[in-house]
Design a protein around this ligand. Structure first.
Ligand SMILES: [Zn+2]
Length: 277
């Protein structure tokens, strides 16, 4: 890439087979590269809920953004999708395929992708405005699930911000959660509506090489039968402000108790990147 990576370009596979995971994409990209008359599509990373493969070095150009050889910051009109687009996706963008298939936990895939993106931003000294969707460069409806799920892109971006902050503290910093009722709030941040309003106790440990921080939260999860809960308890828990005691970021939640949980629960969300093969 002429001046090193300038963008991180998010895709999803938009496929439905069980084998459309990171291993499957790794095999596909190799088979394609070995064909004499094959297509030349390529991208840098394939990631799913348990694996992450790197196919192309991050400073080499790959072909995934659908904007041809348009240079950095150029605008062009995409005649296929009839849209004014930014250029430079292929020439300056690191392409990440997030894998979708019926056996994949896509929420976990996105948590892991957030960590990977944060690592790349940190490595190349880029801010979050450099995270783009494939759509931005061509008009293609990609990443499809993110684009068609209300709030998912925003939630993903918050996860990236959080991971970025953690890396700034210490590149080895990790989050570890302990949850007393994982059947109500699980470690992916998924919330199950309980029968009755339920208080869940969470302990967050931020672990770094030299230090560790511990925070305790009580989260009130509304039940199906809220009339069983006294107004007093309801008000007390729901109006609790939850924030970090110190650190560079503050989170507060009112009724949106799930926001914090969704953003923060990424135990195991650490991509182990396999070598370029
Ligand atoms: Zn795409």
């Amino acid at each position: 890439m002429p001046n090193g990576p300038q963008y991180i370009v998010i895709h999803d596979t938009g496929m439905t087979n069980d084998t459309d995971n990171a291993v499957g994409l790794n095999e596909y990209i190799h088979a394609q590269a070995n064909k004499k008359d094959g297509r030349v599509a390529s991208w840098h990373f394939s990631i799913d809920d348990s694996s992450c493969y790197q196919h192309v070095p991050t400073d080499e150009i790959a072909w995934h953004a659908g904007d041809g050889s348009n240079p950095y910051l150029a605008f062009y009109y995409n005649t296929i999708y009839k849209k004014e687009c930014i250029g430079g996706g292929n020439q300056n963008g690191i392409g990440i395929e997030t894998c979708i298939n019926p056996k994949n936990d896509y929420e976990m895939t996105l948590k892991r992708t957030a960590r990977l993106v944060a690592q790349l931003l940190h490595e190349y000294n880029l801010d979050c405005s450099r995270i783009k969707q494939h759509y931005d460069f061509s008009g293609k409806e990609c990443p499809n699930v993110i684009r068609n799920t209300n709030g998912l892109w925003e939630s993903f971006m918050l996860d990236v911000e959080l991971e970025y902050e953690l890396i700034k503290i210490d590149s080895n910093a990790r989050l570890h959660w302990t949850i007393d009722l994982p059947n109500v709030i699980n470690y992916n941040g998924k919330k199950t509506t309980p029968d009755k309003g339920t208080k869940v106790n969470l302990e967050l440990n931020i672990l770094s090489e030299n230090d560790s921080f511990s925070y305790h939260y009580n989260v009130f999860v509304k039940g199906l039968h809220m009339k069983d809960i006294s107004k007093k308890i309801n008000r007390n828990y729901i109006s609790d402000k939850i924030s970090y005691v110190d650190g560079e970021f503050t989170l507060s939640i009112d009724n949106e108790t799930s926001t914090l949980v969704k953003r923060k629960l990424n135990k195991n969300a650490i991509p182990k990147i396999k070598k370029i093969e």
